[in-house]
Each structure stands twice: as structure tokens, then as C-alpha cells.
Design a protein around this ligand. Structure first.
Ligand SMILES: Nc1nc2c(c(=O)[nH]1)N[C@@H](CN(C=O)c1ccc(C(=O)N[C@@H](CCC(=O)O)C(=O)O)cc1)CN2
Length: 294
């Protein structure tokens, strides 16, 4: 029977430990605060931002929320970022992605103070991560890749020397994941595949671990999976379930692949909850660093 990599349960345990660390910070007079900046009305983003604020309440972190309309000008977005940069009650914050099509996310994120970058997506922090400056633990890490590494660690899945196939080359997940997996000490061998990759099925079929972040529902089929492979599903596609009369989440990995695998993340309930837990971890880490330096 394959092992189910239960992200929901792992995230709940992480949040319990974070609550204790938050209480210790409060006892020393510092309450961590997470800020969110949401631009537009994307239903998925609205849901994720609401979830982030619920998580904060659960573990005792303050939360600050700025919501701007889809029509906000780049100047208004940068002004909101400046307010979060300056806010003494905000330890760190995120700009919820995706931004409306009219805005370039990279340009917007450059305005975030790297010391307040709770998502680890500022070019300064990504650069430090690439260079591995001062050891990886001192740098805020993009939440999904960090969550995947933590989940593999929780279930004692050793990636050292393993062939990993990462599908998707976006900065938030694929590219950063590939970089982290090949860091000294993690030591996996990575093939980073994307829409122009030829013979993707054969490449997947040789992988010990597949991490898929394409957003194409059930892209990975059983014939692409090596028996005993570990399957990590990051994809989120919302599909209309005619019989149930509601939208359902479908991952990148067809559930028919599960019996062939040695371990897999359910979706929902796998990588998503870990992404949320890692955002909280990043903020608590940042707060502890502030207190250490005080
Ligand atoms: N600034 C950022 N924007 C986005 C990130 C990010 O890390 N930083 N990641 C995603 C969205 N995301 C967090 O923001 C996120 C995605 C999924 C989940 C989650 O818990 N999913 C659940 C299912 C929830 C549902 O029913 O919709 C699961 O997988 O079980 C949390 C956060 C893009 N934007």
C-alpha cells in the first residue's frame, strides 16, 4: 500500500509547534504580524487570503489586510506595499499572486522590503537562496517548495541521489524547487521539465520522485510513472462536477497513478496546507530573528 503524505495532518502539527513559539515571543513582548496585499477579485485568491488570516488567528499572530480593487493603479499598489514596509505591527507580508494581468508581479515584488518578504520571493532573497548565503535556514523560502521539503522530511523520504522530475518552471514553485533540491545537503538530481520539453512521458517514467506544478488536471498518467515512485501534486485545477453540481479541485496527477506509487500527496489535503503552514513558519522565523538582534 502506498504511503499517504498527509499535508493536512503535518500542517496541524507544525501549527501546534508554532503556537508555542508565538507565545514565547509574546512573553518577551513581541507579537508577530502577517500582512497580506490582495489586488482584484480572483475567487481563489480571496479564499487563500482569508485562510491565511484564519491561520494567523489560530496560532496567535496579528494580521493586517489590505485589499485593493482590480482597477488599482501600479502607484496605489506600490503605496500599499510602502505602508506594509513601514508598519511596525507587520513582521512580514505577502503580495497574493496572481496579480491582475495589467501588473507585472516581478516589478511589484521588487518594492517589498527584503526584510519583510514573508514569501521569500524578493530577488534579493531568491539570490541569497541561490548562493546559499549564511545557510539556508536564515532566508525566507517560497512557501510551496519549503512545504514540499518539510513534507518529504516528515515522512523520512530521502531525496539524496534520487532522480527527481519537476514539472513546471515558474519561480514560485518549479524553478525554486529544482534549485533547493540540488543544494548541497539535499543532493537530489533534478530534471526541470516544461511546456517545450520533448518526450516528457519517458522522462517522468525514469523519475524516483515526480513533483508536478503544471495546473493541467490529471496530466500525469499511470503509464508515465515508474513503479514505486513518490508523487507530489502541486497542481490546482477547478473542474465542474456535473453529478455533484459543484466545483471540485483536481490535481495534476491522475489518482489512477496512486496504486503504482510508493507514496503520494492527496490533492486537496497534501501540498496546499503545507504552503499555508510554511508562510506562518516564515513569519515566526522572521520574528525570532528580530528578537535575537534586538
Ligand atoms: N504570494 C503568494 N501567492 C500565491 C502562493 C504563494 O505561496 N504566495 N501560492 C498559491 C496559492 N496559495 C497560497 O497563497 C495556496 C494554495 C492552496 C492552498 C490550500 O490549502 N489548498 C487546499 C485546497 C483549498 C481549496 O479548497 O481551494 C489543499 O490543497 O488542500 C493554500 C494556499 C498561489 N498564490
Amino acid at each position: 500500500m502506498p504511503l499517504v503524505l498527509d499535508g493536512k495532518a503535518a500542517a496541524a502539527r507544525i501549527k501546534d509547534k508554532l503556537s508555542a513559539r508565538v507565545q514565547a515571543l509574546k512573553d518577551r513582548g513581541y507579537t508577530p504580524g502577517l500582512g497580506t496585499l490582495l489586488v482584484g477579485e480572483d475567487p481563489g485568491s480571496i479564499k487563500y487570503v482569508a485562510g491565511k488570516h484564519r491561520d494567523c488567528t489560530e496560532i496567535g499572530i496579528e494580521s493586517l489586510r489590505i485589499d485593493l480593487p482590480e482597477t488599482a493603479s501600479p502607484g496605489e499598489v506600490i503605496d500599499a506595499i510602502s505602508r506594509l514596509n513601514a508598519s511596525s505591527s507587520c513582521t512580514g507580508f505577502i503580495v497574493q499572486l496572481p496579480l491582475p494581468d495589467s501588473m507585472d508581479a516581478d516589478t511589484v515584488i521588487e518594492h517589498v522590503d527584503p526584510l519583510k518578504d514573508a514569501d521569500g520571493m524578493h530577488p534579493y532573497n531568491l539570490g541569497r537562496l541561490v548562493l546559499h548565503t549564511n545557510g539556508i535556514r536564515d532566508i525566507p523560502m517560497p512557501c510551496t517548495p519549503r512545504g514540499i521539503l518539510e513534507l518529504l522530511d516528515t515522512y523520512h523520504i530521502d531525496v539524496r541521489g534520487k532522480d527527481v522530475c519537476v514539472l513546471g518552471r515558474g519561480i514560485t514553485i518549479g524553478r525554486t524547487m529544482g534549485m533547493l533540491l540540488t543544494t548541497r545537503g539535499v543532493d537530489a538530481t533534478v530534471q526541470l521539465c516544461h511546456s517545450m520539453t520533448e518526450g516528457i512521458g519517458a522522462k517522468l517514467r525514469q523519475a524516483d520522485i515526480i513533483i508536478s506544478a503544471t495546473g493541467q488536471a490529471h496530466f500525469v498518467k499511470p503509464q508515465m510513472v515508474k513503479p514505486g515512485a513518490v508523487l507530489i501534486d502541486v497542481g490546482v485545477s477547478r473542474v465542474w462536477d456535473e453529478a455533484a453540481g459543484k466545483w471540485r479541485i483536481q490535481g495534476d496527477i491522475d489518482p489512477e497513478c496512486y496504486p503504482i506509487s510508493s507514496a503520494y500527496t492527496p490533492n486537496p489535503g497534501g501540498v496546499g496546507p503545507m504552503t499555508r503552514a510554511m508562510l506562518l513558519s516564515n513569519v515566526v522565523d522572521m520574528a525570532e530573528r528580530i528578537m535575537q538582534e534586538a
